[in-house]
Design a protein around this ligand. Sequence first.
Ligand SMILES: [Zn+2]
Length: 116
Amino acid sequence: MSYYPAMIASAALLTVGTAYAVYEHAWLPAFALVHGAGLLVLWARGERAAHRRALALAQRAELAARPDPDPPLAPHLQSELQRAWAELNSACCLPAGLSHHTEHDPMFCSRNRHAM
Ligand SMILES: [Zn+2]
């Protein structure tokens, strides 16, 4: 529970009191009210910062306590992906890897060079 909104409201009330005191030329009460309002605002800012820090720490603790999310891919998809990468890496050229060896890159393909 945080009290900084009530502190800000109290500071506003003290500021209104200051305006009345100034209107009545009561300078000492006006100074005291301004001083009180300033202190309340500073205190409220500190409270608000502490409140935000506590919220962030609680959120961090909640995130740390959560179980790990599932892996992004199911195991059979991961093995399929590994097989596809192995096939692509062992292909003679990129078009061959992508087209199941039906197309080849004539500029870089070693198979075409051997075939010709
Ligand atoms: Zn090729």
